[in-house]
Ligand binder design. Structure first.
Ligand code: CA
Length: 376
């Protein structure tokens, strides 16, 4: 509509208006009859390639759903409209956890989710989302782009006819919301906490009871006492859910999700049909979206944390070192056991651990040393 209005304001002829309308509404070429003199001969523009993106997020969900929207927009913009991507929220086309199969069979060309949801299909998939005491956002991107991680991820998804891509990152998450202080691992015993994935398994080893709940059920469950504690994402998303109204203590750091990578995956057949320039555009749009989501989360979390502490009087607490040391030991056990389940998982685990050991040494004298220095 905007473009049409601008055309009118500029006083351009009916022919231009007619053509613009046809382009915008993607009407069949036969219906696009300019109303005035024939336009100068132009090479015929091929019809746009129309792709669908199915996501595990509710439509426009802050940070994650909006990150999926951003990727779709980038592909449209960067390709000059040669590819259009229509985004579907969870349940609009298929259920949240059906998107992997839907893209695999070609119902949609793109998916947007997190790879730990697919551990039932491939244990190895979990390593590309979040590993307790694993890699930070910066380290994940380094491992994926320049440390062999992406090649392994492609190998894992190839058998499903999918090409994966890192399409966003939350950064370090928060440790969660509690109604009692956590002074030792003893305080986790008997605790019913919403915490998914490998982190949940670690809590179980510490004597707690991990509960799996979708986002929308977290607040009512915490408020009614059906669960004692929960983690979700970070200040931005947690504030939006109102979790501070149902719990007193907000603990950090999120040892269980130190830099969760969100993913996109592309139907391989659809991707291979694209000319080389469009393939490159899609790949690079994914890279931009990956960077943009982390920047978005970082900016919004800064602001939301201030609000939680200053306006809502949330008690911000750090897990005691003793608790973190014990959770790390348990995490190492859990992750190694997962890796031993099949040869592909072992291959990914070995690459991941080798990279983490190197990153630890380098970041001890760079990022970590600097952040410590800045806080002196
Ligand atoms: Ca989380």
């Amino acid at each position: 509509m905007k473009r049409r209005e601008i055309v009118k304001v500029l006083g351009l002829g009916a022919a231009a208006v007619g053509l613009a309308a046809c382009t915008e509404e993607k009407a069949p070429v036969a219906d696009c009859k300019p109303e005035a003199a024939p336009a100068p001969a132009m090479p015929e523009k091929p019809a746009p390639i129309e792709w669908k993106m199915v996501t595990t997020w509710p439509k426009n969900f802050p940070g994650l759903g909006t990150g999926a929207n951003k990727l779709a927009e980038l592909i449209g913009e960067m390709s000059g409209g040669r590819i259009t991507v229509k985004v579907y929220g969870a349940k609009e086309l298929v259920g949240a956890l059906e998107i992997f199969d839907a893209v695999s069979r070609g119902t949609a060309e793109l998916g947007h989710g997190a790879s730990y949801y697919w551990k039932g299909k491939s244990t190895a998939a979990q390593f590309f989302a979040a590993v307790p005491f694993g890699l930070t956002a910066q380290e994940m991107n380094s491992w994926l782009y320049h440390g062999g991680g992406m090649e392994l991820w492609e190998e894992v998804y190839a058998e499903f006819g999918l090409i994966p891509g890192a399409a966003g990152n939350t950064g370090v998450q928060m440790g969660g919301w509690f109604n009692r202080e956590i002074n030792s691992v003893e305080d986790l015993k008997g605790l019913k906490m919403r915490i998914p994935g490998l982190g949940g398994e670690v809590l179980k080893r510490a004597g707690g009871t991990p509960v799996l709940l979708p986002g929308g059920e977290i607040f009512p469950s915490l408020q009614s006492g059906a669960i004692d504690a929960t983690e979700w994402v970070g200040p931005y998303n947690d504030l939006a859910f109102g979790l501070h109204k149902a719990a007193k203590y907000y603990y950090y750091p999120g040892w269980h999700e130190p830099g969760t990578t969100l993913e996109t995956f592309i139907n391989k057949e659809a991707f291979e049909k694209l000319p080389a320039d469009l393939q490159s555009i899609v790949r690079n749009a994914i890279r931009v979206a990956n960077q943009d989501m982390l920047a978005d989360f970082t900016a919004k979390n800064n602001h939301a944390l201030e609000q939680l502490v200053n306006e809502h009087n949330v008690e911000l607490r750090k897990f005691p070192d003793e608790v973190l040391i014990q959770m790390k030991d348990l995490s190492d056990q859990v992750v190694a056991e997962e890796a031993a389940k099949d040869p592909m998982s072992k291959k990914v685990f070995d690459s991941f651990v080798k990279f983490r050991d190197q990153a630890k040494k380098w970041h001890a004298v760079s990022e970590q040393a600097y952040l410590n220095a800045r806080s002196l």
